[in-house]
Design a protein around this ligand. Structure first.
Ligand SMILES: Cc1cn([C@H]2C[C@H](O)[C@@H](COP(=O)(O)OP(=O)(O)O[C@H]3O[C@H](C)C(=O)[C@H](O)[C@H]3O)O2)c(=O)[nH]c1=O
Length: 191
């Protein structure tokens, strides 16, 4: 994890996961402020977004870990400082059972796009604002495709380097990674 003065949004641990893209963004600054394009269809990422959301988080908040069987996802930090962790669960993926950790800074804008089948979560060091997008709308996936596991299960192989983050009640009571895999196996995800 980067705790020095280097302000560079980048992958900081793990492997390069198949079909995951961290796209550096150009922030055009002038005397009024700045203008940044945060998504272009012609980047050719996996994502065809159908819903955009703006999320504000307090310092020391952890959101996740979440898993979706059906939709791809996009994350862009506009303000603040955060970590994003991914674990590839996709059957047949060349990087199945591998993880990646990213550190993003609002001062160095970047967008992370990742495909369906990627367990994911985000931690905010400071009060932060991010935009996220999904390829299936919440009213369609919220009830039956919003799987979870515990953020700090060592089997995730994600070295967050944090302790006692603020969690939702659902996140605090989430199953282990193995518990999640058992649930997905029961639903036929791995067959
Ligand atoms: C995701 C979502 C949530 N909500 C409502 C439902 C709750 O009243 C509230 C907070 O929802 P939740 O606790 O699920 O939010 P997070 O824990 O931040 O989850 C999000 O972050 C993790 C890491 C993800 O993977 C998701 O895409 C997303 O679920 O917003 C909506 O109205 N629309 C939405 O699209």
């Amino acid at each position: 994890m980067n705790t020095t003065q280097l302000i560079k949004s980048a992958q900081i641990d793990g492997v390069e996961l198949h079909q995951v893209r961290l796209v550096s963004l150009d922030e055009h600054k002038d005397h009024r402020g700045s203008f940044t394009e945060i998504f272009q269809d012609h980047w050719g990422t996996v994502l065809k977004p159908v819903q955009w959301s703006a999320v504000k988080s307090e310092a020391n908040v952890f959101r996740g870990m979440h898993f979706h069987v059906r939709h791809d996802e996009y994350f862009c930090l506009l303000e603040g400082h955060c970590l994003l962790g991914l674990r590839d669960l996709r059957p047949g993926s060349p990087t199945q059972h591998k993880s990646a950790l990213f550190e993003l800074f609002g001062e160095d804008p970047a967008a992370l796009v990742f495909p369906v089948g990627m367990l994911h979560g985000w931690y905010f060091f400071t009060p932060s604002i991010h935009v996220q997008a999904v390829s299936e709308a919440y009213p369609d996936y919220g009830a039956d495709d919003n799987w979870r596991c515990r953020w700090n299960d060592p089997e995730l192989e994600l070295n967050w380097g944090i302790e006692n983050p603020i969690l939702s009640d659902l996140a605090a009571n989430a199953p282990s990674l193995q518990g999640l895999i058992n649930g997905l196996t029961f639903k036929g995800y791995f067959s």
